[in-house]
Design a protein around this ligand. Structure first.
Ligand code: PSV
Ligand code: MN
Ligand code: MN
Length: 425
């Protein structure tokens, strides 16, 4: 199923209310000398990768409840990303997880991606599960394993993932390790870290010169006493040990409660070492809930630092943005539409922050004014800007509304059947 521009245009209906809302907001913003056209262009240009594993209704270890019409093949997953992109004009990339989504027919996969305007962003390796037919087990770790042969198998898997990514046009490899311990004394911290550093360097040495290595961190889960790459400091240290094209990847759910993620972002960007970003939201841990569903103000504060860094830190590369969320209880495509909207909303609000006025208020120690500036931007209803950005690229005025009006899920069920099961998580 592919959504064409005409049906989206038809679903948009009258633009009368949008025009009125947009003009009102544009008039208000130009009073503070905001270049509204430039703002809309920035919002329209912002693209986020959808991970191949988020397109099926995910599950937890307590159960997995399939959503009808789920994509069963990689081609179908990319077609789903195409639907998201056609509606939102924000999801122009897909992020594959290997071996969950190894292409069997590269030409076919590339063709369907091209047809849908989708590029291949960072590709993810997986050494947190044993793969069918694998000689050695990752039960006691992969890149940090005590056994050299197991580490070598894990390094080779990462090189294989790079080779797959090269055929598709990816330019970065994301590594997330489950390696760690669940009980005190189970493993030497120092030796595990040293082995991980050695393995990361081997992965890095085997990558093409125009590829980046993105190192993700997470404090706990699946291990509950220690994780080898537990925090941004450890990831930063490993990235520095590997070299110039190795960076830290921040996943919003991978922090202990109340961590100041915006400060982490600022620190990494100042050092030119923030390479990638996984969006989700959480109440307790790595909950992988819909972006913006729990702490939208925290997301805005994080975006405020990202925007500042993108404008002031040329030493930092362009970021690989990805949604890393999946659920049991929502239509995955509707859920991703909500996440994409929340990301764009937080980005647009952060773009509204008057950086000059904020810097002046900071110099004057006018703490009250600093807060007013941030919250003034946060309280602005930016949705007409998002609508305008989408319309400028032929997208939907209201992606969720159009998804329902066009009966997309029903169409997918018609095509694929009710009882499909997506591969992966
Ligand atoms: C791990 O929790 C993670 O955030 C990593 O990015 C994985 O690749 C992804 O989730 C899927 O398991
Ligand atoms: Mn992640
Ligand atoms: Mn995670």
């Amino acid at each position: 199923m592919q959504l064409d521009k005409d049906s989206i245009l038809a679903a948009n209906g009258s633009l009368h209310n949008h025009e009125a809302d947009f003009n009102h907001l544009a008039e208000k913003l130009s009073r503070s000398h905001t270049d509204v056209e430039a703002l809309v262009k920035k919002i329209a240009d912002f693209q986020v990768a959808v991970p191949s594993w988020a397109l099926g209704a995910g599950g937890t270890r307590f159960g997995r409840f399939s959503f009808h019409g789920e994509p069963a093949t990689l081609e179908q997953k990319i077609a789903d990303v195409g639907i998201l992109h056609a509606l939102t004009q924000t999801a122009g990339a897909v992020s594959l997880h290997i071996p969950w989504d190894v292409p069997t027919d590269y030409a076919a996969v590339k063709q369907i991606a091209d047809q849908n305007g989708i590029v291949f962003d960072a590709i993810n390796s997986n050494t947190f599960q044993d793969q069918p037919g694998a000689k050695l087990s990752y039960k006691h770790g992969s890149l940090a394993n005590t056994d050299e042969a197991i580490r070598a198998q894990a390094v080779e898997h990462n090189h294989e993932v790079v080779r797959i990514g090269e055929k598709l046009g990816s330019k970065s490899l994301t590594v997330w390790l489950a390696d760690g311990t669940s009980f005190p004394g189970q493993r030497s911290f120092q030796k595990a870290l040293a082995q991980t550093e050695k393995s990361c360097k081997e992965i890095y040495a085997g990558m093409p010169d125009d590829w980046s290595l993105l190192i993700e961190y997470k404090p706990y889960e699946p291990n509950f006493y220690s994780t080898v790459i537990m925090d941004w400091g450890t990831s930063f240290m490993l990235a520095n040990a590997c070299g110039e094209r190795a960076y830290t990847l921040v996943d919003l759910g991978h922090h202990l409660p109340n961590s100041n993620i915006e400060q982490v972002v600022a620190t990494l960007m100042a050092k030119g070492k923030l390479g990638g970003f996984h969006f989700n939201d959480s109440k307790y841990g790595d909950d992988d809930l819909t972006v913006g569903s729990i702490k939208p103000y925290a997301l805005f504060l994080i975006f405020n630092e990202l925007v500042y860094g993108m404008e002031h830190n040329p030493q930092n590369p362009d970021l690989a943005w990805m949604i890393d969320a999946s659920h049991n209880v929502k239509d995955p495509l509707e859920d991703l539409i909500q996440s994409l909207e929340a990301i764009q909303e937080a980005y647009a609000k952060a773009l509204l922050v008057d950086q000059k006025a904020l810097a002046a208020a900071q110099l004057n120690h006018d703490v009250v004014q600093c807060q007013e500036i941030l919250q003034g931007a946060y309280r602005t209803d930016v949705r007409p800007l998002l609508e305008r950005a989408r319309l400028s690229r032929g997208g939907a005025l209201d992606p969720l509304g159009a998804y329902r009006t066009l009966r997309v899920r029903e169409g997918l069920i018609g095509e694929r059947g009710k009882h499909t099961v997506a591969t992966g998580l």
